[in-house]
Each structure stands twice: as C-alpha cells, then as structure tokens.
Design a binder for this molecule. Structure first.
Ligand SMILES: Nc1nc2c(ncn2[C@@H]2O[C@H](COP(=O)(O)OP(=O)(O)OP(=O)(O)O)[C@@H](O)[C@H]2O)c(=O)[nH]1
Ligand SMILES: [Mg+2]
Length: 327
C-alpha cells in the first residue's frame, strides 16, 4: 500500500488533499534535521512523448505517472519523491512542451514554467532523432539557467552507436556546460548511474516533505489518471484529448476501495463513442482501470464509471480550476 500524502506550501501550488499535513509540521521537520542532509528539486522537461514520465517512474521505482505511446499524456506537474536516509530528491514530471492552442494547454505550459523556475537541477530530455530545440525561449532559459543542466538522450535502444555519438556531440555543442548522457529509460540503461549523479548534486537542505511521502498528489488524482490512461490507449483522434476524469467518491474500507468516477467529454458525439455499443467500450475502460488501480493501491477495487458532457471544459476557466489546472 502506498502512502500518498500532501500539504500546501507557500512557494508551490500543490493540490490540497484529504490527507492534509499542516505547514507547522513541515517547519518542525526543517528544524529537526541534521546539517548533512541534502534535498532538492529536479525537473524533467522536454517535448511530448520523449519519455519523461518513463524516466520519473524509473527513478522513483513506482509507476506514479501514466505512460502511453500518445503525445500529451501528462497534463500536470507530478512530483515523485525519492527518499534516502540523508537525502530527499523531489522529481517533477511535466507535460511535454507544446504551443498552447486552448486554455488547458496554457495551464499545462504554466506547469512547465513553474518546474523550470523551481529546479535545483534541470533534466532536458530529447530522443535520438531530435537535433534541435525549436522553442527559442526555452533554449535561452536552459542556456541561462543557474541550476546544473543534464541533456538526456533517451531511447538509445532504438538507435546505433554511431548515431548516438553524433547526437551527444551535437547537444554538447549546443549546451557546452551541460552533462549530456545517453539513456534508455524504458530498459533502465544508465538509470542507477543517473540517480547517483543526481543525489550527488542535491544541495544541503532539510527535507521538503515527510520522509515517507512519495508524491504531492492525492489518491483521487491517480484514479483519474488510471482511467485517462485507458482512454488514451483505447480511443483515437480527438477523443482522449477532449476528456477529463473526475472522481466523485473514494471510499476506502479494510478490504476494498469503492470508487465512483465521471468521464467528462466536450461533446455528445464523444460521449457516444466513449460508451460504445450497449456500453461495451466503457466496460473495457472500467476493466482496464480497475486492474491497474488494484496494482497501484494493493487492494480490491470496485469502480463505477459514468460519462457526462461538460461543454468546452478545456476553455472554461472555472471548470479547469476544478480539475486542478492553474491559469
Ligand atoms: N524504445 C524506447 N521507448 C521508450 C523509452 N522511454 C520511453 N519510451 C516510450 O515512449 C513513449 C512515451 O513515453 P512517456 O514516458 O509517456 O513520454 P512523455 O515524455 O512523458 O510524454 P508526454 O507526457 O506526452 O509529454 C511510451 O510508449 C514509452 O514506452 C526508451 O528508453 N526506449
Ligand atoms: Mg508524460
């Protein structure tokens, strides 16, 4: 069973959760720590689909972020906390960098901006085919950043030694001060070594979170994400991108968790596609989500799923606020 706790701290816009740790607890922890403790924020930034979430899960050792082969899977800044006896590494998984077309995407890019500003160490991730950073502003920000920068060239398993070497030289020339590392987040190639390099860069600091905390997000967030993962995997075109999930009931009993969630679509036609013939498509979403939630929470799951229409929610400030987007 995972311990998922959270609190609201002045400098970060964390979502308040059912398991609320008041800020005075945080200050008490700061005071009690020994001098040699190291803690820091490490942000993973990059284009959509390069493997940012795969890397965060590999470093944390738990499947916190959902991963799919579709771009724009991650929509929020999700913290993954790695705790050791004398260190705490707070990783940020972020949405892939895009040019925002509607308000929800604007909020996604705000999460990226926040993660850039907060970082003690920056991880800019690319894949072997990538040789340019199209976003000029981001390029400048990374160049000027005071925090140590890593350029991680991911998915090297799909490439050859020769191409990897050329890509490393290319990025090293673009970012002379950065450490450029070829990795394969999926298979774990260079992950233990990277973890050690990152631990060594953490500045001296008391932990920012209780030492048994794994993430900033509440249980309901992970329920929503598990359902969204199924939707990303099972539907095409604009449907996964037009959908948000809201968990209205999360009731934990000793042997079972009873969950009721609503899938919100932008239009009636999408609602029909989501439900499918006699509910067959929605049933498959429920079966898949229940299975992954059982693994995640280590408990039996009873999941009720509904589909509703929330017209143009992606451009509705109030609705977006309700779903945890922060414009
Ligand atoms: N071959 C290979 N595939 C990888 C590797 N790392 C990630 N992938 C795959 O790349 C796809 C995207 O991975 P994600 O971790 O979701 O990528 P992301 O950067 O978080 O994507 P967004 O959240 O959409 O920005 C998935 O199909 C992963 O399995 C790798 O090292 N090798
Ligand atoms: Mg992701």
């Amino acid at each position: 069973m995972l311990r998922l706790t959270s609190f609201k701290e002045d400098t970060f816009s964390f979502v308040t959760t059912p398991i609320f740790i008041p800020t005075f607890t945080l200050r008490a922890i700061h005071l009690e720590q020994k001098k040699e403790h190291h803690s820091g924020f490490i942000s993973i930034i990059g284009n959509p689909n390069v493997g940012k979430s795969t890397l965060m899960n590999a470093l944390v050792g738990t499947d916190l972020s959902i991963i799919t082969s579709k771009a724009q899977t991650t929509r929020h800044r999700i913290l993954g906390i790695v705790n050791g006896p004398d260190y705490q590494m707070v990783l940020s998984d972020t949405p892939g960098v895009i040019k925002p077309a509607y308000e929800m995407q604007q909020s996604m890019m705000n999460f990226v901006k926040e993660a850039l500003v907060d970082a003690d160490v920056l991880l800019y991730m690319v894949t072997v085919e990538e040789t340019a950073l199209k976003d000029e502003k981001l390029f400048e920000k990374l160049k000027k950043a005071k925090a140590p920068l890593f350029v991680l060239i991911n998915k090297i398993d799909l490439s050859s030694q020769d191409i990897v070497e050329k890509t490393v030289a290319h990025w090293q020339a673009l970012f002379p001060k950065a450490r450029v590392c070829p990795i394969a987040a999926l298979s774990g190639f260079f992950i233990p070594e990277l973890l050690q390099l990152l631990i060594d860069l953490l500045p001296p600091s008391a932990p920012y979170f209780p030492k048994d905390q794994l993430t900033d997000k509440p249980e309901r967030f992970f329920v929503n994400e598990a359902i969204r993962e199924q939707i990303l995997q099972r539907y095409d075109k604009e449907v996964p991108y037009s959908v948000e999930v809201s968990t209205e009931e999360f009731y934990e009993q000793p042997n079972i968790i009873k969950i009721r969630s609503v899938i919100l679509a932008e239009r009636e036609t999408q609602k029909g596609i989501l439900i499918g013939h006699k509910g067959s498509a929605l049933k498959q979403v429920g079966i898949g989500a229940r299975k992954s939630l059982q693994d995640f929470f280590g408990k039996k799951i009873h999941l009720e799923l509904y589909v509703k229409v929330a017209k143009n929610w992606r451009s509705n400030t109030q609705q977006l606020k309700r779903f945890g987007y922060n414009n």
